[in-house]
Design a protein around this ligand. Structure first.
Ligand code: 1GP
Length: 242
């Protein structure tokens, strides 16, 4: 059943904070999945995102199968590339890199992905993706050969998010980059969420419950964490309630 987006909208309607845990197939051993996912199950997390910028072919599918054998949470692909598409997941963020001007990541890869997507029953969620500068060179920047949006250009960021909404995108993702030193500034989250009507996802560089709460307070509907759990799995214990 295709109900990922409906669930997200339902949770927003009920004023619920939503947390997604990002698992990068390159950064986890299959043998560690069980323990990690069991901790996720005990936390407030609502979704598991799976993806990365530079994942080798054939790593994603076995990982998704392993994750799904230990959880009922929806597993949503957050793919850096076509090779990460697998029908084993529940949904897929069909990301268009609106912050950049590389046609491959705006539409090219999407066209290439269609033969593969046609063979799946994945719930495909068109999602605008905005990379916001945070002081370091992120892997998204390197892989996509695009520049992030300067964080002081708030109006341009808001206008870009709105253009994505008007083009029909169902969600918007404000990204500081995996392992970013600082998360997306709350003023930017606030400005975008004020004008946007679709769900707003915020990720990159979030390291503490306080930072996540600040992102929610500013208007994020879903926050995503990944890197922080690589060194601090205990944070999940702290995330048993908000
Ligand atoms: C990366 O937004 C996600 O694409 C999560 O970022 O790994 O920094 O938590 P972190």
């Amino acid at each position: 059943m295709k109900n990922v987006l409906n669930n997200i909208l339902h949770n927003i309607f009920s004023n619920k904070r939503q947390l997604a845990i990002l698992i990068d197939p390159e950064k986890i051993k299959l043998s560690d999945v069980k323990g990690f996912v069991e901790k996720i199950n005990e936390s407030v997390a609502n979704y598991i995102f799976v993806g990365g910028s530079t994942v080798p072919v054939n790593l994603t599918e076995p990982l998704v199968i392993e994750i799904k054998s230990y959880t009922d949470l929806p597993v949503i692909l957050f793919p850096g590339d076509i090779a990460q598409i697998t029908n084993e997941a529940n949904g897929l963020l069909f990301l268009s890199l609106l912050s950049g001007r590389n046609p491959e990541y705006l539409i090219g890869k999407h066209v290439e992905a269609i033969p593969r997507l046609k063979e799946t029953s994945l719930e495909i969620i068109p999602t605008g993706y905005l990379l916001i500068e945070n002081g370091i060179n992120t892997s998204v920047q390197k892989v996509t050969e695009t520049e992030p949006m300067p964080s002081k250009h708030v109006e341009n960021i808001v206008n870009t998010a709105l253009a994505g909404e008007l083009l029909g995108m169902k969600m918007m993702y404000l990204e500081a980059g995996s392992g970013a030193k600082n998360p997306v500034p709350t003023e930017i989250i606030k400005a975008v969420s004020n004008d946007l009507s679709i769900p707003l996802i915020v990720g990159g560089g979030l390291k503490s419950k306080e930072q996540m709460k600040a992102a929610f307070k500013a208007g994020a509907n879903i926050v995503v964490i990944g890197t922080v759990l690589e060194d601090n799995e205990a944070l999940l214990t702290d995330l048993k309630r908000w």
